[in-house]
Design a protein around this ligand. Structure first.
Ligand code: PLP
Length: 364
């Protein structure tokens, strides 16, 4: 079976994790701090590592004082995690429609959603592609809104010659097992604001703040969570980071191969992306006929090729549903999408085979 996605781990990760296990301290300690300093150097920013990408977004929102009653504009074409992180704080995720080419939110859609209660915008760098991010920062500036980038797909991606995470307000990554870089589970928040990152470092561990020369060693000033990273996770992340360049190039080359086999076909559309700039987390095709997606996916599965759907629009889930939100592009486009396998352990031959089988089914 060719899996849709897969963790790319081996001896390097086993060796690093073994060191932590032998040391006998598995919680958050020197390894996590080392991983943070590696990431901090990579982005040239302050970094806090946390339990997962969802926690990263939630803590970023909390440390920006987003609370009950506040509205956060968010791309609906995302993993529901982005919505959950907002509603976890009692704030309201306000779903935003996407551009049909970039698959990301744009300023015209965002502007329609701004109210007096709007506090923040969360763009999602879909598949590692960033879309029109500078437009989003412009509109945020105009209305005095915070931007929190959901960069869960975009570790290593470059936008206008700058690494994602090396600029911008607040940038959140996921190190989930199948993301561009993994620490098993995990995630991080990146910011230029040291105080902001320090606040997150407190909140991620039950908001315990050290008090010097006091009978109690700690005090608590706000709601906290147990969302810190463990040294076992950090060990995996450190080993991954050392070979990230190879993993990144492999993802880029595999996506280019798909482009080579699948472009110029009358039955499907391939999204034009610059794979020298972005690190693709997923590879999508768009069918010309929506009603065909399910049967094609079933046929591919019979041929031992697993596929996915990224994404069912989050505002259509029962918990987030409201009659007010009609987002034409997102509500239509997902029906045309199939995500093909993409992970660094695939070979170019695999990509040729998957493409061939897909084309055979389409040409039947
Ligand atoms: C994976 C992902 C998240 C959440 O990250 P986790 O580490 O799984 O919690 C958030 N947003 C997007 C777009 C994701 O793909």
């Amino acid at each position: 079976m060719i899996k849709l996605s897969k963790s790319f781990v081996g001896n390097a990760e086993i060796k690093e994790v073994t060191k932590v296990l032998k040391k006998g301290f598995l919680g958050m300690g020197t390894k996590t701090h080392h991983f943070e300093s590696i990431l901090s150097r990579y982005f040239n920013k302050h970094v806090a590592c946390v339990a997962n990408g969802t926690a990263a977004i939630q803590l970023a929102l909390q440390a920006h004082d987003i609370k009950k009653g506040d509205e956060v504009i968010v791309s609906t074409l995302t993993f529901v995690a982005t919505f959950q992180a907002i509603s976890a704080l009692g704030a309201k995720p306000v779903p935003c429609d996407i551009d049909n080419e970039d698959l990301t939110i744009t300023s015209n859609f965002i502007e329609k959603k701004i109210t007096k209660k709007t506090k923040a915008i969360i763009p999602v760098h879909f598949g590692g592609h960033v879309g029109k991010l500078s437009e989003i920062y412009q509109i945020a500036k105009k209305y005095n809104l915070i931007v929190i980038e959901d960069a869960a797909h975009a570790f290593g991606s470059v936008y206008k010659k700058k690494l994602i995470g090396s600029f911008g307000d607040t940038v959140c990554f996921s190190f989930d097992g199948i993301k561009n870089l993994t620490s098993g589970e995990g995630g991080c928040i990146v910011s230029k604001d040291k105080q902001f990152i320090n606040r997150i470092k407190a909140i991620r561990k039950l908001s315990l703040v050290e008090r010097k020369n006091h009978i109690h060693n700690f005090d608590v000033f706000e709601q906290g969570w147990r969302y810190h990273m463990s040294d076992i996770m950090a060990a995996v992340g450190i080993a991954q980071f050392r070979r990230f360049d190879n993993m990144k190039k492999k993802r880029q080359e595999l996506a280019k191969k798909y482009d080579l086999y699948l472009s110029n076909n009358s039955k499907i559309k391939v999204y034009k992306r610059n794979y020298d700039q972005i690190v693709p987390h997923i590879y999508l095709i768009k069918l010309k006929q929506a009603d065909k997606a399910n049967s094609i996916r079933k046929e591919l599965l019979k041929k031992k090729i697993e596929t996915g759907l990224h994404y069912f629009p989050s505002h259509l889930y029962t918990f987030y549903k409201s009659n007010k939100n009609i987002l034409k592009n997102a509500e239509s486009i997902y029906k045309y999408h199939i995500t093909l396998p993409l992970h660094p352990s695939l070979t170019f031959k695999n990509i040729e085979n998957i493409s061939q089988k897909l084309l055979n089914i389409l040409n039947k």
